[in-house]
Design a protein around this ligand. Structure first.
Ligand code: SF4
Ligand code: SF4
Length: 257
């Protein structure tokens, strides 16, 4: 399966760009494979990792776990290097900051608030681990989108629908905005919404009144994308981008099904 790693602090480094995280995880994975043969080797690995990396965080309350790495040689899956499946069944998570029980039993609010069918859709359409984790941990981004579409087509969208490349591409354009959104606030020192203890670290506010507008039905999506609009034109351009995407999806969907 594909994992996310947000709860292990993946996106909580000051530099949490795709490139920086790739380098970090790659080096860890290599170091781990080289140094760790038994649980007794873990302190050596941890010390080397703390010495090699900058562990400055965005949010102090979220731990950045040194055991998050790549699980596969192709670097497509992010996950826990001390998980038993990575170590011939030996569970070394007792060493972790959170402890074995939390690591093994933790399910973030996404598991609860994003319907399973929508979790499966993300799994199916997003190949890039970096984008996948950002989207999976952003409940509003996911749930609002599929609700707006479902309202228009009159039914919930099923994962099989995305066997159609055209529909997959439209959804991917939308989810890609998590990284490429042109109205993203430059001061927003955050990427995803982070959950571990149930708190949500985000929420800015968009002042619609200032632009002579009503609260947008897309408000929760705009907040998910850390939007900041300079003027009414920008706000309207943003609304148009999202509505165009949704309309394109709906019309393609109705052509096919
Ligand atoms: S989906 Fe949630 S519980 Fe699962 S790895 Fe991501 S943040 Fe952690
Ligand atoms: S030890 Fe726990 S917090 Fe660290 S990578 Fe593994 S699951 Fe995540």
């Amino acid at each position: 399966g594909k994992s996310c790693g947000a709860c292990c602090g993946l996106y909580n480094y000051v530099d949490s760009s795709h490139e920086a995280l790739t380098e970090r995880l790659r080096a860890r994975t290599k170091r781990f494979r080289k140094l760790v043969k038994t649980p007794e080797d873990l302190p050596l690995y941890a010390a080397a990792t703390f010495a090699a990396e900058d562990f400055a965080k965005r949010y102090e309350v979220i731990y950045c776990c040194e055991y998050l790495g790549f699980l596969d040689d192709k670097e497509k899956k992010v996950g826990c290097l001390v998980h038993p499946m990575q170590n011939s069944g030996v569970d070394m998570r007792t060493v972790s900051f959170y402890g074995r029980d939390i690591c093994a039993g933790h399910l973030c609010p996404s598991h609860h608030f994003i319907p399973l069918s929508q979790q499966l859709i993300l799994l199916k359409i997003i190949d890039d681990w970096y984008l996948y984790g950002l989207c999976l941990t952003d409940i509003d981004l996911v749930v609002t989108y599929f609700r707006l579409i479902a309202d228009r087509v009159g039914q919930e969208i099923k994962p099989e629908v995305f066997d159609r490349q055209a529909l997959k591409d439209i959804a991917l354009e939308y989810f890609g905005w998590k990284i490429t959104w042109p109205f993203r606030s430059p001061s927003a020192n955050r990427l995803g919404k982070y959950y571990f203890d149930g708190s949500q670290y985000m929420i800015s506010h968009i002042d619609y009144e200032k632009f002579g507008k009503e609260l947008s039905p897309l408000n929760s999506i705009f907040l998910s994308l850390s939007s900041e609009f300079q003027n009414k034109d920008e706000l309207e351009a943003a609304e148009k981008m999202v509505w165009n995407n949704i309309e394109a999806f709906v019309s393609r969907y109705q052509d096919i099904f």
